[in-house]
Design a protein around this ligand. Structure first.
Ligand SMILES: Nc1ncnc2c1ncn2[C@@H]1O[C@H](COP(=O)(O)OP(=O)(O)OP(=O)(O)O)[C@@H](O)[C@H]1O
Ligand SMILES: [Mg+2]
Length: 442
C-alpha cells in the first residue's frame, strides 16, 4: 500500500479540471492542490478524505512562485497540464530541486514547442507525415508553395498561442501567410522559421499515449472539433468538442498506428538521447494512404482529457507515477469503461476573438443532476453564490452513454439546462462518426 500522497496540478482549464476530478478519486490521494485552478476545480472533493481541493493563486507559467510553493509544501507529485510551463522547463526545474514532476522535460517538450524540430525528427526517423520543408527565406518558401499549388499548412516554429498555423487552399492565401509570418512578422520571432506541409485530406483524429522513456501505452482514439462552426467551418479554436472512442480506427487500426508511428518515434527518441516521460498526443490525419502525423503535442488535449478521463477506470495516480518511475511496462492493460463519452464546449460570445467576461451562468447544478453527466469548468469564476464567465471556453459538458449517439443526446440534454448570455456551442459534435457508422451499416 502506498502512503497517502500530496499532489499538485498545474493549470486552470477544463483539462486540469478533468485531471483533478480523476485524481481526487484515487484512494492514494490525501491532499490535492491546483495552481491556479478555477471555480469548478475549487468545488471538487477528495474521495478518501472528503476534504476540498485547494486552488492556489499562482499562475501556471509562474515557475519561480510554483517552485517556492513546492519547496515549502513538498508535494509527492506535481502534474503539469498545459504546454507552456513544459516548454519553459518546469519539470527540469522541479527535478533539479528533488521534486517529482509528471510531464516531459524542456528538451522532450520540443516535439510541441518547435514545429521545425518535430518535422525534421519525423523525417529523420521515417515517421509518416505530410510532405514538408522548413524555411527561413520567404522567397524559397514561396517557391515551395507554388510547387504545392498553394494547398498547404504553414506553421510558425515557436509556440504562438494557437495562432501559428494557417491552412491554405490556394496560392493567394499561402503567399499572404508567408508575408504575414515571415516578412511582416505578425507573430514576432515565431515567424522567423516556418514549416510548410502539403495539405492532407482525410479524417483528423487525436491519439494519446503515455510514455516513460522505454514503453509507450496508447489510448483509444478520440476526435476533437477544432473549427468554430458546424461542419468544420470557420476559424480554428482551442477545440469545441470531443468524443471517445472513434469508429475510424479499431483495435487493429490502433496497433498499425502503434507500429508505424509510435514505435519509430520511440526508437528515434532513444537513438537521439531524448528521454520522454509524459503524454504524447500526435494529431493524425487518416488519409487514403494511411495515418499521417500533422503535429505532436506533449500533454493531454483539451477537451480530449475530459472524454478520456471520464472513461478511464485505471487509477490515474498509479499511471502517472508509473510514467515518472519508468514502470509503464507493467501497466500496459489500461481499463476503459465500455461507455462512449462526449464533451460539448460552451463558449463565450465572440470566441475565439475577443469576448466579454463576468457574465452570470445558470443551470450547472441541474445539468449535473442528470445521470452520467459531468460539467468540467474551463473559464469560470465564482462571484458570491453564482458562477460567472472568465474565459473564451467556459464549460465542457461531458456525458457517458452506452454508445456514441446516446452519450451525445445526453450531453446535449445537459447543455440545454445551462445558459449564459451569448453562449455558443456546436450542435454537431460527433457528426463524422455518426455518418461513418451509418454508411458502414448499410
Ligand atoms: N498538413 C495539414 N493538412 C491539413 N490540415 C492540417 C495540416 N496541418 C495542420 N492542419 C490543420 O490545422 C490544425 C492546426 O494545426 P496544428 O495542429 O499543427 O497546430 P497547433 O497550433 O499545434 O494546434 P493545436 O492547438 O491543436 O495543438 C490541425 O488541427 C489541422 O486541422
Ligand atoms: Mg499543437
Amino acid at each position: 500500500m502506498r502512503p497517502p500522497m500530496k499532489v499538485l496540478v498545474i493549470g486552470g482549464g477544463g483539462r486540469e479540471h478533468a485531471l483533478v476530478w480523476k485524481l481526487a478519486q484515487s484512494p492514494h490521494v490525501r491532499t490535492l492542490f491546483c495552481a491556479p485552478g478555477n471555480a469548478g476545480i475549487a468545488q471538487e472533493r477528495i474521495a478518501a478524505t472528503g476534504a476540498p481541493v485547494q486552488c492556489l493563486p499562482i499562475g501556471a507559467e509562474d515557475l519561480s512562485l510554483l517552485l517556492t510553493w513546492a519547496q515549502e509544501h513538498r508535494p509527492d507529485l506535481t502534474v503539469v497540464g498545459p504546454d507552456n510551463p513544459l516548454a519553459l522547463g518546469v519539470v527540469d526545474l522541479f527535478e533539479a530541486h528533488g521534486l517529482r514532476a509528471w510531464g516531459p522535460t524542456r528538451a522532450a517538450a520540443r516535439f510541441e514547442a518547435s514545429k521545425v524540430f518535430a518535422q525534421q525528427f519525423m523525417q529523420r526517423h521515417g515517421i509518416p507525415t505530410a510532405r514538408a520543408a522548413t524555411f527561413t527565406d520567404p522567397r524559397q518558401a514561396s517557391q515551395f508553395v507554388v510547387s504545392l499549388n498553394g494547398r498547404c499548412a504553414i506553421k510558425a516554429d515557436g509556440l504562438a498561442l494557437g495562432k501559428g498555423v494557417r491552412v491554405c487552399h490556394n496560392l493567394n492565401e499561402a503567399q499572404t501567410t508567408i508575408e504575414d509570418f515571415m516578412i511582416r512578422r505578425v507573430l514576432g520571432e515565431a515567424g522567423q522559421q516556418v514549416v510548410i506541409q502539403e495539405l492532407l485530406e482525410g479524417i483528423e483524429i487525436s491519439l494519446h499515449a503515455l510514455c516513460d522513456g522505454q514503453t509507450v501505452v496508447p489510448f483509444p482514439t478520440a476526435q476533437d472539433h477544432k473549427r468554430l462552426g458546424e461542419g468544420n467551418t470557420g476559424p480554428n479554436t482551442g477545440g469545441m468538442g470531443t468524443y471517445c472512442p472513434t469508429p475510424f480506427l479499431d483495435e487493429a487500426g490502433v496497433a498499425t498506428v502503434y507500429e508505424a508511428i509510435l514505435q519509430p518515434w520511440l526508437r528515434g527518441c532513444r537513438s537521439e538521447g531524448i528521454v520522454f516521460r509524459g503524454l504524447l498526443y500526435p494529431g493524425l490525419m487518416l488519409t487514403a494512404d494511411g495515418a499521417k502525423v500533422l503535429e505532436f503535442n506533449v500533454r493531454f488535449g483539451d477537451p480530449e482529457a475530459q472524454v478520456y478521463l471520464t472513461r478511464l477506470q485505471t487509477d490515474l495516480l498509479e499511471l502517472l507515477l508509473a510514467t515518472v518511475e519508468g514502470r509503464l511496462a507493467s501497466c500496459r492493460a489500461l481499463q476503459w469503461s465500455p461507455s462512449a463519452s462526449v464533451c460539448i464546449i460552451l463558449a463565450s460570445a465572440g470566441y475565439p476573438g475577443g469576448y466579454r467576461k463576468g457574465v452570470p451562468i445558470h443551470g450547472i447544478e441541474e445539468a449535473e443532476r442528470l445521470p452520467g453527466v459531468k460539467v468540467f469548468h474551463a473559464g469560470t469564476a465564482r462571484e458570491n453564490d453564482r458562477f460567472i464567465t472568465r474565459g473564451g471556453r467556459v464549460l465542457g459538458v461531458t456525458a457517458l452513454g452506452p454508445d456514441l449517439s446516446t452519450a451525445r443526446e445526453k450531453a446535449y440534454e445537459a447543455v440545454r439546462c445551462i445558459s449564459f448570455e451569448g453562449m455558443q456551442y456546436r450542435r454537431d459534435i460527433g457528426f463524422q462518426a455518426l455518418e461513418w457508422i451509418r454508411s458502414h451499416k448499410s
